[in-house]
Write a protein that binds this ligand. Structure first.
Ligand code: 5RP
Length: 219
């Protein structure tokens, strides 16, 4: 990653602070862009009673900065969820899971009123699929799900990684995802699939895009 890209990530992370609601539980995603966001949160500490996090990685970072991180089961609703993306299309459908946290990200997103996506300009695409699509699977289903993804035309690799939930991740390369919601629904139905990294049915509500001309807001 270039220094320029890092600067864009820091810029969108700062812009996202504006969306943090006073006194409400904040949903925090995972990734290098979110790391920049977490590192800025002490500036608005008094606004944040507690957070819910989408990964052990973000939880550790939040707790190290003195933030309270709640179990999702103790939370009814989250106002704002701030997270990154590997790709985002014009309808705000996303590919996520490059950092392996897709399942918890989808869970937190599902109970959040507003999903604020923070991304540098390299993540904006017309059609999803340039970035390999992550699919979290129960380990015993890896071979079967891999075969199904290959039947769709993907080249599939098993990531050398164990998720926070103890599962495996398949990365499916070479899919041109013209109908993200349809593909999300289809892959979700396969036995052994825990989560597909397509966030189309529940996409982002706001996109803060870091560009060389500054942060652009789309909503
Ligand atoms: C993690 C994710 C991240 O949001 C995605 O990978 C983007 O990460 P980064 O901000 O490091 O580019 O989905 O599972």
């Amino acid at each position: 990653m270039t220094t320029d890209q890092n600067a864009l990530k820091r810029a969108v992370a700062r812009a996202a602070l504006e969306y943090v609601e006073e006194g409400r539980i904040l949903g925090v995603g995972t990734g290098s862009t979110v790391d920049c966001f977490i590192d800025l949160l002490p500036e608005i500490r008094e606004r944040i009673p507690a957070c819910v996090s989408s990964s052990e990685r973000s939880t550790k970072r939040l707790e190290a900065l003195g933030f309270k991180v709640l179990d999702m089961n103790d939370v009814e609703e989250i106002g704002v969820y701030v997270d990154g993306a590997d790709e985002i299309d014009p309808s705000f459908a996303m590919v996520k899971g490059g950092g392996g946290a897709l399942t918890r990200e989808k869970i937190v997103a599902s109970v959040s009123k507003t999903f604020v996506c923070i991304a540098d300009a390299s993540k904006q695409v017309d059609v999803l699929g340039r970035f390999p699509l992550p699919v979290e699977v129960i380990p015993m289903a890896a071979r079967a799900v891999k075969a199904k993804l290959e039947a769709l035309g993907a080249t599939v690799t098993l990531r050398d990684f164990v998720t926070d939930n103890g599962n495996a991740i398949l990365d499916a390369k070479g899919l041109a995802i013209a109908e993200p919601e349809k593909l999300e629904a289809e892959i979700n139905m396969w036995p052994g699939v825990v989560t597909v990294g397509l966030f189309a049915k529940r996409g982002a509500d706001v996109l803060l895009l870091g560009t060389t001309e500054g942060v652009k807001t789309f909503a």
